[in-house]
Write a protein that binds this ligand. Sequence first.
Ligand code: CDP
Ligand code: MG
Length: 681
Amino acid sequence: MPNDHDHPPAKKFKPGSVFFRYDKNKSGMLLPRKGNATTPIEVQRKQLPIYQAKPQLLNQLRQLHNAILIGETGSGKTTQIPQYLYEAGIGRQGLIAITQPRRVAAISLAGRVAEEKRTQLGKLVGYTVRFEDVTSSETKLKFMTDGMLLREAIGDPLLLRYTVVVLDEAHERTVHTDVLFGVVKAAQRRRRELNKIPLKVIVMSATMDVDLFSEYFNKSPVLYLEGRQHPIQIYYTKHPQSDYLQAALITIFQIHQEAPPSHDILVFMTGQEEIEALARTCRDIAKHLPDGCGPMVVIPLYASLPPAQQLRCFQPAPKGCRKVILSTNIAETSVTISGIKFVIDSGMVKAKRFSPDSGLEVLAVQRVSKAQAWQRAGRAGREESGSCYRLYTENEFDSLIPMTVPEIQRCNLSSVMLQLMALGVPDVMNFDFMSKPSTEAVRSAVNHLELLGAVERKEGQVFLTALGKKMASFPLEPRYSKTILLSPDYSCSDEILSIVSLLSVDTVLFNPPAKREEVLAARKKFSSSEGDHITLLNIYRAFKKVSGNKEWCRENFVNSRNMGLVKDVQAQLRDICLKLNMKLGSCGSEMGNVRRCIAHGMFVNAAELQPDGSYLALDTHQPVSIHPSSVLFQGKPAYVVFNELLHTSRCYMRDLCLVDADWLLEAAPEYFGRKLHPSKS
Ligand code: CDP
Ligand code: MG
């Protein structure tokens, strides 16, 4: 972790009438961009910082069972280490797994490594992400999401197919990676005890704070890669900004007017909607710039973007044109984009927050940690010196928390607990976590699973039930798998599978705020007074009827690629159902059954209308509101179940389904006995 002293002194910039005025001190920093696209791939490989260290690295990695490898983003860890191991014949008896927190990264890295090895993707080099498996019997280097390796561990807790597991991007501390730490550690030990082929575990991180990793893996050695970070000029705003979107916009155009066009800009924002809105505004403004100001291409980058569109950020802009990438924290470490000279950091990130008291997990826009802010700044200094504009004051920076809290300490653990039990972990309450979640969070998760009927307690011990075992076969949150498993009782499996698939694929609908009226008009045809789930289903059915016609998608603000994915997801979920011998069928147009099934599966997320017109979450009595994007926004249904909570100015319920109080009572009589007030409605 670089500390403040490693960075050049900060320069202030102050708001001007139109643009912020930054102090100009860029002399000598504006170098021409180095050609990269034309350099042959073998030469590129040899130019990576890691190449210098290859012999020593291999020497170490050959002997060690555990190693921790640190190197700046872009130094070549992820793409090279698996190849080095493979080429040196290390771990040849099995597969080398490389885990990634994000599917985009797993897919694009596998593509890059296949290209470097000049093989077709899916042969020697492949990837496995949820709902997509591009591997074959020839695959030796397997990029996968951390979640997928965890799922594989359910069938094979010793991970016997693998000889090496590389846990990459460990500094991100995603909940899946954190659980994997424990799983691989246990597998290593068991394999030793059983005299099986040893498992080598390599933990890779882009930040220096790895004492915890080393401690956890029996004081394993830490290998440092020499960085190649160029100096970065940091700028802060003079005053706190109330609107970071506006501040970002102004900063983008100020840079655009002043800097040579070959210098690309990377802007860190928080989420898809915000990024799409900013992209549109940028494109609009770019059309009306004064003479002498070159063109710009604006490229959004977020996890739910279809892979082909994500890859656009790697392509160089046409000559004389500036590339402006608007990204979520995805570009912090897991993807490396060349040509970035300027970073604009909103200082915000959208992340999960969980309160065990209320039992609710919410997605909220919050401040980044210092470590994240430095990572973001670092993206500007990869190839030459650069600048980072922080859209917050130096004081605000000083008040940031030093490190991001691991996700496992701020998320709902029910999914993780279910998986651990399916893995056969004897005592989930005392699993060997690197950073322990709070006892309340674990207890709250186990309670949740008990409510869903996935676990039961006997003599103080927690056991997986038959239902729980089935639930763990789906790569879904427990409440979704429960809903699917219930669906045959209501003869609506086809509908439920469609709905769960629609909810599992991010954003099948576009909701551009600037076109709110048009969107509403277009959605009207499909809109159901029974809620968003049914509305989504109507849209999906219409989409299938027109066979995904592109024109239709555009007119109806439907994301055709993501809709296409829904079909694949549904097919895979259906396969799992068939393996479980479930009777699948459709209820046609009778949506009452579908809602009833949803009520029975998702009753924990229910809310009740209050006499004053507000809503209370039944579980926690927390005040909640209907999100404006919901079809139920105008109405005042007495009872709803919702999919998720989004915390902005208020706590909003998203994706709602109209339900009857009776159904909730039927679903969990004891649980709701005390809480429901149907007489009020
Ligand atoms: O893992 P680490 O951040 O250390 O680096 P890497 O992901 O192995 O990337 C090393 C280099 O490979 C990057 O600087 C890019 O030039 C290149 N790369 C690429 O062109 N396309 C990708 N999808 C991934 C990496
Ligand atoms: Mg990497």
